[in-house]
Ligand binder design. Structure first.
Ligand SMILES: [Zn+2]
Length: 299
């Protein structure tokens, strides 16, 4: 069986797979921040799952900068990890098992490719909208990782020269305009009583003019980033993830606007909603673990 673990800012989600079916699923609150506690919690998950049968590999995804070849978390601000943590070696040596790690957005992109919205696509791009904007490109059914595994920082495309400052240290990054907080902030300019996405869409569906305008402008911001992706990669599809894309009108409307915004040779570009929701990363790690096992790699 393969144990997959998704490390989020406040909890570990896990699933134990026999073949393609989860034998066991669960969630463990992370509690404290920092490397020591994280390792302890991963061991707790292992103990829970090892009672259900023999585990032959562990596959972990996490937010932050991840070096998947070395099996390290380089840094993860939301986990309180600011120096490289050789997580795969630590866990792998403790249990004598292959241990794999990948960035959470990359893992979700692989999940959607293997089992979700991009099953039919050889080349596609995944873009996730949440607190920030993350992305990953799949080329020839494999993740395009770049020289050090850092490819896909779509959120830091510059869409507004000299625009809003970004925590990355530059100005005018795509995610400062296209993330969920960016949308909420835009709506709050019109109406300060809007503080979250749920409220915002309730008002949108009720036809509140100012909110409709904010959502409208936000979709145009998203299109700015997707235009560059389309022209760079001519992908078979762009899959949009993140809970906000559950608002069903968004994906077809963004597709329509994108088709009108790209060079005419690209105007059949296809945009789809993600299908696996917050399980995408776990499925992606299952796929990756099976691939790496087949290749005889233990990290
Ligand atoms: Zn940035």
């Amino acid at each position: 069986m393969i144990l997959t673990i998704d490390i989020g800012g406040s909890a570990l989600k896990y699933a134990l797979f026999e073949g393609e079916l989860p034998e066991m699923k669960g969630e463990l609150t992370l509690g404290e921040r920092g490397a020591e506690n994280l390792i302890k919690k991963i061991c707790e998950v292992y103990d829970i799952c090892s009672e259900a049968g023999r585990i032959k590999a562990i596959a972990i995804d996490s937010a932050g900068l991840i070096d998947s070849n070395k099996g390290q978390i380089i840094s993860a601000a939301n986990l309180g990890i600011d120096e490289p943590l050789p997580l795969c070696d630590i866990i792998g040596e403790k249990y004598g098992l292959p241990v794999y790690i990948a960035n959470d957005v990359n893992a979700a992109a692989i999940g959607e490719m293997a089992y979700g919205a991009a099953r039919e696509n050889v080349n596609y791009v995944f873009v996730a909208f949440g607190t920030g904007v993350g992305g990953a490109a799949v080329v020839g059914r494999r993740l395009y990782e770049g020289k050090r595994g850092l490819a896909g920082e779509i959120g830091h495309f510059i869409t507004h020269p000299n625009g809003l400052p970004c925590p990355c240290g530059r100005k005018g990054c795509f995610e400062r305009y296209a993330s969920v907080p960016a949308l909420v902030a835009k709506a709050a300019e019109h109406d300060p009583s809007v503080t979250n996405g749920r409220e915002l869409f309730d008002r949108y569906y009720a036809g509140d003019e100012n909110i409709v305008k904010a959502v409208d402008e936000w979709m145009d911001e998203i299109v700015l980033g997707l235009v560059s992706i389309t022209h760079l990669l001519d992908p078979g599809a762009i899959v949009l993830g993140g809970g906000i894309m559950n608002e069903k009108f968004l994906v077809p409307e963004i597709e329509k606007r994108l088709r009108a915004a790209v060079m005419k040779e690209y105007s059949n570009i296809c945009v789809r909603g993600a299908e696996l929701g917050n399980a995408a990363a776990l499925y992606g790690m299952l796929f990756r673990a099976n691939l790496r096992l087949k290749e005889g790699k233990n990290r």
